[in-house]
Design a protein around this ligand. Structure first.
Ligand SMILES: [Zn+2]
Length: 341
């Protein structure tokens, strides 16, 4: 029996079209069809659908800088009014702290310079529906939290765009608002601490790690491809960042099920003291996914679900990555099947 899943059509409104990688405009991989594919698989598998309900910004602002939220809310209108030659917002200059000697950078007069205050890469394009989709994903995550707070043992939030690469004030990695972190903060308010986020996306959950750094009330664990082997987010995600409340397990390309599941077991043990759990579910560690080399099988995802389900914690599963449109839906179903007890 699959758990209820939360859905909002507004999550489809973000159409990045392209991402600028090494200076080249390449076709986007974080596309609306991802969520459509997951939705189709869940419905076919008989999972009950729950419509997302609107939530105010309080849970959002508990996690993110109000300036980032305001930028995301308003930037498309400003950009489109400026009649610039690009149909998507891509930064060209970045406000690094060293640029201003650590002083607060000025808000640029030029609309085309403003993304450089909040973006950390060139891949994460903003277009006409980006804010609406990202904000809807927050409502999806918070509705899933509401269900768990109301007694459901397990819920799935079909969030898109994903969120785990977003810090308090910087967006990137095809993410705009950190749905998993927002869900964790909301669970903390409902269940008390500690709560845990176990991130099994193929890439390090750098935003979630940085958001809760130094806090003992949110335990963060991430199982991901080793950034030291050349993978996003490149600058962090190493075991040297580990402490009592943060566990990074970088894995070699080609790790496959046995090694990946051993890491999931260690992440589950790390999360065991929590009162509630967020699973940041990227299925891009799977064989055939174009974005990672970890080669995990569908049976591996089901087993990861079983391992995390065995914790017996109130659990909200939040969708992160996964880019193979043929397998993304079945992989989510496999994981939820493992989680459901
Ligand atoms: Zn990923």
């Amino acid at each position: 029996m699959l758990p209820p899943f939360v859905w909002s059509e507004d999550c489809l409104r973000h159409e990045p079209e392209a991402e600028v990688w090494v200076g080249v405009r390449t076709p986007a991989t974080e596309v609306p069809a991802r969520a459509v594919a997951i939705h189709g698989s869940l419905v076919a598998a008989g999972a009950p659908e729950v419509a997302a309900t609107a939530h105010d910004d309080s849970a959002l602002l508990a996690v993110h800088d109000p300036a980032l939220v305001e930028f995301l809310r308003t930037t498309w209108d400003e950009w489109s009014a400026a009649a610039l030659p690009s149909d998507r917002i891509v930064p060209y200059v970045f406000a690094r702290p060293e640029l201003t000697g650590g002083r607060e950078p000025a808000t640029p007069a030029a609309v085309w310079a403003r993304p450089g205050l909040f973006a950390y890469d060139t891949m994460t394009a903003i277009g006409p529906g980006t804010w609406e989709a990202a904000r809807a994903a927050v409502d999806v995550a918070l509705t899933a939290v509401d269900l768990v707070a109301g007694g459901e043992p397990l819920t799935y939030a079909c969030t898109r765009p994903p969120g785990h690469h977003v810090t308090r004030s910087l967006y990137g990695g095809s993410c705009y608002l950190n749905n998993s972190a927002i869900a964790a903060a909301a669970l903390l308010g409902r269940f008390g601490g500690p709560v845990a986020v176990v991130d099994v996306d193929a890439h390090h959950g750098n935003g979630t790690q940085e958001l809760f750094l130094g806090r003992s009330d949110v335990l963060t664990a991430s199982v991901h491809v080793d950034p030291g082997a050349g993978w996003f987010p490149h600058f962090l995600g190493f075991a040297t960042e580990n402490d009592d409340a943060n566990l990074n397990q970088p894995l070699a390309p080609g790790t496959r099920d046995v090694g990946w599941l051993a890491a999931v077991e260690r992440a589950a043990a790390f999360a065991a003291p929590a009162k509630a759990l967020v699973v940041a579910l990227g299925v891009d560690a799977a064989t055939g996914d174009p974005e990672s080399p970890l080669e995990v099988s569908p049976a591996g995802y089901r087993e990861a679900g079983r391992i995390l389900g065995d914790l017996g914690l109130p659990t909200v599963v939040v969708q992160e990555g996964g880019y193979d449109l043929a397998t993304i839906g079945p992989l989510v179903v496999e994981t939820l099947t493992g989680l459901a007890r």
